[in-house]
Ligand binder design. Structure first.
Ligand SMILES: C[S@@+](CC[C@H](N)C(=O)[O-])C[C@H]1O[C@@H](n2cnc3c(N)ncnc32)[C@H](O)[C@@H]1O
Length: 191
């Protein structure tokens, strides 16, 4: 099963009608659409992306599926947008990151380690006690391997603090390194 399919399977098991969920890297809107379908018309999704082309692509996908009304599109750096949501929004059942660049667009606009780590800290504050944070990292492009190592360290610190971590990593290969997925949830109550 591809990692994106694995993420979607886990989101389907966790996110319910009426929930609040966040797509921290909206891109072409595939994850935002799934979240919008899962939360339904009485739920809410925030879909964040730093570039207008991605926001436009996500808006189009959502409109065509008649799911636009439950989604707030936020054209902003996820480091700041998630910090704002953590202060004011309800807790999120799911937060999804798909790191890297928008497929078929300018590769210069890609997630970067510093903003990703700040956004992950804000996500930890925003996540509901039974929430799920899913992060997929791609290691084949410039900066991707370093970003992935930084995310792995962040994940292991959380695990040491009692968070429940699951990692899907087929192992690093110099040529064509595969993507890696982390799924992490806050500690169970009472732990
Ligand atoms: C791999 S794509 C996401 C694909 C998306 N999940 C989908 O379903 O199509 C990564 C996205 O992250 C966005 N991005 C890069 N840096 C960002 C940042 N600091 N804040 C928010 N979005 C960012 C890019 O513009 C790009 O659209």
């Amino acid at each position: 099963m591809r990692l994106t399919e694995h993420v979607h399977k886990r989101l389907k098991a966790r996110v319910r009608s009426g929930d609040f969920a966040v797509d921290a890297t909206g891109g072409n809107g595939h994850d935002s659409l799934l979240l919008a379908e899962l939360v339904g018309a009485c739920g809410r999704v925030c879909s964040i992306d730093i570039q207008a082309a991605a926001i436009g692509a996500t808006r189009k996908r959502l409109r065509e599926a008649d799911c636009l009304k439950q989604v707030q599109l936020i054209e902003e750096n996820h480091a700041t947008a998630l910090a704002t949501l953590a202060e004011a929004a309800p807790r999120a059942t799911a937060i999804v990151f798909n790191l890297g660049y928008l497929p078929g667009s300018d590769k210069a606009v890609q997630t970067d380690t510093a903003n990703t780590l700040t956004a992950l800290d804000a996500s930890a504050a925003l996540l509901a006690p039974d929430g799920l944070l899913a992060v997929t990292a791609y290691r084949g492009h410039s900066g991707g391997q370093l970003e992935s190592e930084a995310v792995a360290q962040w994940m292991h610190k959380k695990e040491a603090a009692g968070w429940i971590l699951e990692c899907h990593d087929p192992g690093f290969r110099e040529r064509h390194p595969p993507p890696v997925l982390w799924l992490i949830s806050p500690p169970a109550p009472g732990d």
